[in-house]
Design a protein around this ligand. Sequence first.
Ligand SMILES: [Zn+2]
Length: 350
Amino acid sequence: MKDYSEVFGFDELKEHIHKIILSGQIAHAALLVGDEGSGKRTIAKRFARTLLCETVEKKLEEKTAKPEDIEPCDQCHSCLQAISGNNPDIIIIDRLEGQRSISVDEIREKLIDDISVKPYASKYKVYIVVGAEHMTVEAQNAILKTLEEPPEYAVIFLLTNTEKLILPTVISRCEVINIPAMPDEMVEQYFETHFGDDPDVTQEDIRFAEAFADGKIGRGSITFTNPDFKKLKKDALEVLVNIEDLTLNELMGYVRKADYYSELGIDYFFDIMLLWYRDLLLFESTRDANGLLFKEYLKEISRQAQTLSYEGIDNITTAINNARERLHANVSFDLVMELLFLTISDNMKG
Ligand SMILES: [Zn+2]
C-alpha cells in the first residue's frame, strides 16, 4: 500500500503530538487503536520522523521552538532516511512473510534484545509494532518488562485494529490513543486532491471510495491504488448484478477466488455487497438514481428493487454481517457462503 508521508486531517492529534515533543514528556509506550486504513501507521511514522528530525532537535535545544515548529523538516539526513524507510533508529516490526502471528522469537530479537542497543544517530529510537494484535500471548507477555522499564531513548508504538486481542497487562502499560474516523467531506477532499487529476478516475470512483472509506483514508485509497481491489470489485459486481441467474456453484467460484486476493479479500467483498444493498434501499425509497453509488447499473438496481421488499433488503444486510462474523469465528467458508447466497435468493423471491 502507498505510504502517505503526510498525516492528513487529525489536527488535534498532530497538535497533541507537537505538545508532547515540545514538553519532552514523551510516553515511552503507546497503543494506537483504529480500524484498518485509519492512519495508525502514518501517524506513528510521522511521530517517529518528528522525534528524530535534526532540525526539530536543534530548535528544541535552542529553546526557541513553538508548537507549530514541531514539524519534520523532510530535508535533514534523519528525515530523508526515514522517508526512504532506512532510518536505523526507526524499527518496524510486522508479521514475517507468510506468518499469521508475531512470534515471541521475533519480538525478542527485534524489540526486547535490540532495545538495549543505543540509537545510532538520534537521541531516540522508535519501535513500531504493526498489527500488535497478531503478537502471540507469549510474545505479549514477553514485552511486559520492556514496556514497564524502557530505556530513556526508546519509544514503542503498538498499532492495533482491536484492543480485544491485546492483554490487559499490555494495555495498562501504554498510553492508549484512539484514532477517530474522519468526516466524509475531508475524506472526499483528500481523494479529490490525490486522485482527482488522474484521467482514469471518475466522479463515481471518488464517491465509491468515500463510501468505502467509511472515514478512513487508507481504506478508501486502496480502491484507487490496489489492482487486486479493482479485480475484486469487478467480481463482486458481477455476482451482485447477475445474482438471480448464477448457479450456487458459479457464485461459490467467485467468492472462493475473492479470498485469494488478500487476507481481507472476503471482508472487502462483503463491504461491496453492503454498499450495493444500500443502493437498492436508497433506490427503493427515493426512485432517484442521483444518490446511487453504482449508477451505471441503474437497470439492474431498479429490476432487483422490484423483487425485494424493505424487509428483504434488511434480511440480506443482516445475513452479510452474520456471514462475516461466522467466518471470523472460523466456521467453514463454504458453509457460510452457501447459507448467505440461499438467504439472498430466498428474499429475492419474496
Ligand atoms: Zn528533519
